[in-house]
Design a protein around this ligand. Structure first.
Ligand SMILES: [Zn+2]
Length: 128
């Protein structure tokens, strides 16, 4: 009995269902966001010379790079969400992809796309 109590809680089906809904909503928002950012970045009208001012061209280039990096981040998060959804389908959701230990419920609630535990995440970030 005491052994059972010591085990970390696993996410309930109900929690997983609500996190799945959250992830799916976030996923479609991010996809729309990425598409519109990419459309902005692909718009090359900024290249047309408006003036001889180099500073203006520099700002436009900077803006475009910023837009593209935002789009990349959004796509990256979509990939993470897909991975979490796949793990939900496979029944592995809530287990660390690295060590297999349960991921803290609080972590899943704060970051539903998390597929690794906090310990593994910290280690990965240290080695980056
Ligand atoms: Zn882990």
């Amino acid at each position: 009995m005491s052994e059972r109590a010591a085990k970390p809680k696993k996410p309930t089906k109900r929690l997983i269902a609500s996190l799945r809904k959250q992830l799916e909503e976030e996923r479609s928002e991010l996809l729309a966001q990425a598409a519109s950012l990419e459309a902005d970045a692909a718009d090359e009208s900024w290249k047309e010379p408006r003036s001889d001012d180099d500073a203006e061209t520099g700002t436009a280039t900077f803006e475009r790079e910023r837009t593209m990096s935002l789009a990349r981040n959004a796509r990256q998060t979509v990939i993470q969400i897909d991975r979490a959804l796949e793990r939900m389908d496979a029944g592995f959701y809530g287990r660390c992809i690295n060590c297999g230990e349960p991921i803290a419920i609080e972590r899943l609630e704060a970051l539903p796309q998390a597929v690794d535990c906090l310990d593994c995440r910290r280690k990965a970030e240290r080695f980056r």
